[in-house]
Design a protein around this ligand. Structure first.
Ligand SMILES: [Zn+2]
Length: 106
C-alpha cells in the first residue's frame, strides 16, 4: 500500500533532517502507529512542496521531482488550508475571465 512507501520515506527524511521544514521544531516518528490515540503535536508528517505556491518556486529543481519534506501536523494543516484558499481564488479569477497568463486564442 501507499502508506508503507510513505512510512519508509518519512524515516529516510527523518534521518536527514528531523525537524519541521516550516517551523523548525524537532519532530518525532513515535506516536499512534495504529491510528489510535492522539497524534503528538510534533509528529512527523509528510508535506508536499508544490512549486506553484511555494515562495521559492524559482529555485531550480534539477530532478523535476516532487519535493517532499517533513512537517509537524500544525504546519501541514495550515499549509493545506492556505493552498485551498489560493486555489479557490485562482478559480474565481478564471471564472471572471481575468485569469492572468491564460490565452483564449485556441
Ligand atoms: Zn511546524
Amino acid at each position: 500500500m501507499r502508506s508503507r512507501a510513505n512510512k519508509r520515506r518519512r524515516i529516510s527524511l527523518f534521518k536527514k533532517w528531523p525537524y519541521c521544514y516550516w517551523c523548525r521544531r524537532q519532530l518525532t516518528l513515535d506516536g499512534n502507529p495504529n491510528g489510535r490515540g492522539p497524534v503528538p503535536e510534533n509528529f512527523a508528517t509528510l508535506d508536499h512542496l508544490r512549486s506553484r505556491l511555494h515562495p521559492e518556486r524559482q529555485t531550480p529543481n534539477p530532478n523535476c521531482e516532487e519535493r517532499i519534506v517533513l512537517a509537524c501536523p500544525t504546519c501541514n494543516q495550515k499549509r493545506s488550508t492556505e493552498e485551498t484558499r489560493a486555489l479557490s481564488k485562482e478559480e474565481l479569477w478564471r471564472r471572471s475571465g481575468a485569469y492572468p497568463g491564460v490565452g483564449y486564442d485556441g
